[in-house]
Design a protein around this ligand. Structure first.
Ligand SMILES: [Zn+2]
Ligand SMILES: [Zn+2]
Length: 230
């Protein structure tokens, strides 16, 4: 309870700037809504039929993964061709029936689909976003067996384990923690450290929860970018 109180105090100090990073628009009432998480999927190209598809659409039978169009079996090492936010979960701030909702890039509801492209996609990918104004670590991963997977993804420093948006938010929160003193500061640092992995690119998106493989530097093909305020 005290921890909860401390954390909301920290969020309060981090202020509107943090909130704005995750504020979208409810397609039901047109009012503001808070993004709880964004699901991003890697994109692949089939070497057989040249079809470009999302990792979330890969056909899986037992342990075999195939191209969704021609069903050609995919090689273990798949060639990535970018990524794309595919779905969000948000909560409308108003007293509207939408409440807690999800919407997708291919949503069957036209209003939800339109809002995804108009608001969620630009919010998640904001190409104009600069590096955070606050300090964040940029330590490099040592080369070795375990880091090879990351290097192939172009991830060389710890900061690259986070989406630009979450890096922004976390740098702001980390700076906010320093405005606390003594025990409060220690407690907040502990929570912060404990939450880091679930706020990184390592957060796997699974219906029914999610998780990550703690001992490995593995970035799952379909991942969840959580809003640290949730
Ligand atoms: Zn609403
Ligand atoms: Zn194919």
């Amino acid at each position: 309870e005290r921890i909860k109180h401390l954390y909301s105090k920290l969020l309060g100090r981090a202020g509107d700037q943090l909130e704005a990073l995750y504020t979208t628009v409810c397609h039901h009432c047109g009012g503001p809504a808070d993004t709880r998480f964004t699901v991003t999927s890697d994109r692949y190209r089939c070497q057989q039929c040249r079809h470009s598809f999302l990792a979330e659409d890969v056909v899986t039978r037992k342990t075999k993964k195939s191209c969704p169009r021609c069903l050609e079996r995919l090689p273990h090492r798949r060639t990535r061709e970018g990524q794309m936010p595919v779905e969000i979960s948000a909560r409308c701030r108003g007293k509207c029936p939408a409440g807690l909702f999800r919407r997708r890039y291919d949503d069957p509801n036209p209003a939800a689909k339109a809002a995804f492209y108009q608001f969620d996609l630009p919010l998640a990918t904001n190409p104009g976003r600069k590096a955070p104004d606050y300090w964040f670590p940029t330590n490099r991963f040592p080369s070795g067996l375990k880091s090879a997977e990351l290097f192939k993804r172009g991830i060389f420093g710890v900061h690259q384990l986070f989406s630009p948006r979450n890096l922004h938010a976390l740098a702001k929160l980390r700076t906010g923690i320093d405005s606390f003193e003594g025990n409060d500061r220690d407690v907040l640092l502990l929570i912060f450290t404990g939450a880091l992995m679930s706020l990184s690119l390592k957060a796997q998106h699974l219906e029914n929860g999610g998780g990550y493989l703690p001992a490995m530097y593995y970035v799952p093909p379909v991942r969840k970018e959580r809003n640290p305020a949730y």
